[in-house]
Write a protein that binds this ligand. Structure first.
Ligand code: NAD
Length: 254
């Protein structure tokens, strides 16, 4: 990898901030999993160019037409099948192992942080491995075998829903409260691959900043966070910038 194109000053400041904390956290979005082959909302030819999330990934859409939402879901499940963590997920797991990051709050539903070895992961929008019945709250493992029949049914007669937070649903209490507490109390926050547009997750960096945290943002492009709360901007693919950051923290620790 050509490391000469990294902004040394920004990377060194980020490495020093991380090296000096045992109270860092990370917040991640779809961008961190793009290099694992899962498109974010912006990828030109991705799933989301055919299924507008505001039309297909909403609770209203599910209630109006569960089969329509499951059409998209079955295709997303195909995309998620067999995906593996990339070097950005491993870099965050390494920072946790080193003690500099104590939790990862992710908006992603792909479980790749856990697969990479991160121990404390808050899945803010749930996880694609299970489904839930909104009528009776029964949960069971994701079952894709009945896809020809459309939306899977629950024993109670209702329709099962992927156990993820659709637009229009509230964030589960545990994830919401724990994430707020972590954001308010951290002294370094790494924000990776999120467009800063999906609330309430997008409010967390503002809480961290209010609490006095140093905010390190890793993204291929600037976002609404960049001018508002970001102290250090590491521009580039997360699969390259995060390993480079870990390398510099390790070097600084020697
Ligand atoms: P988004 O799609 O709105 O934005 C992605 C951000 O990542 C953009 O700012 C983009 O510039 C950046 N990015 C893209 N590739 C990158 C890379 N290789 N390295 C660094 N940055 C990169 O994503 P969001 O803000 O997370 O909002 C999308 C919502 O949809 C979230 O709620 C998320 O739960 C869900 N979603 C999840 C997945 C997943 O589980 N992998 C995938 C798509 C969407």
């Amino acid at each position: 990898m050509d490391t000469t194109r990294f902004d040394d000053e920004q990377f060194d400041r980020a490495a020093v901030a991380l090296r000096n904390t045992l109270n860092g956290i990370a917040i991640t979005g779809a961008g961190i999993s793009v290099e694992s082959g899962i498109p974010d909302f912006r990828s030109a030819n991705g799933l989301w160019s055919r299924y507008n999330p505001s039309e297909y990934a909403t609770m209203d859409a599910f209630l109006d037409n569960p089969d329509k939402v499951w059409n998209m879901w079955y295709e997303l499940a195909d995309t998620l099948k067999g995906v593996k963590p990339n070097s950005a997920h491993y870099a965050l797991a390494k920072l946790e192992e080193m003690g500099h990051v104590k939790a990862v709050i992710t908006q992603n539903i792909d479980a790749l942080h856990s697969h990479a070895g991160s121990k404390t992961v808050i899945e803010y929008h749930g996880n694609a491995d299970t489904m839930v019945c909104p009528a009776c709250s029964r949960r069971r493992g994701m079952d894709l075998s009945q896809r020809a029949l459309g939306a899977p049914r629950c024993e109670c007669g209702g329709y099962m829903k992927p156990d993820v937070v659709l637009f229009g649903e509230i964030i589960p209490e545990y994830a919401l409260k724990t994430s707020e507490r972590l954001a308010r109390g951290c002294d370094v926050l790494i924000v990776v691959g999120t467009s800063a547009t999906v609330y309430p997750a997008a409010s967390l960096p503002y809480l961290a900043k209010e609490g006095g945290a140093t905010v390190i943002e890793c993204n291929t492009e600037t976002t609404a966070f960049t001018n508002a709360v970001t102290d250090i901007f590491l521009q580039g693919l997360a699969g390259e910038t995060l390993p480079e950051l870990v390398r510099r923290v390790e070097e600084a620790n020697l």
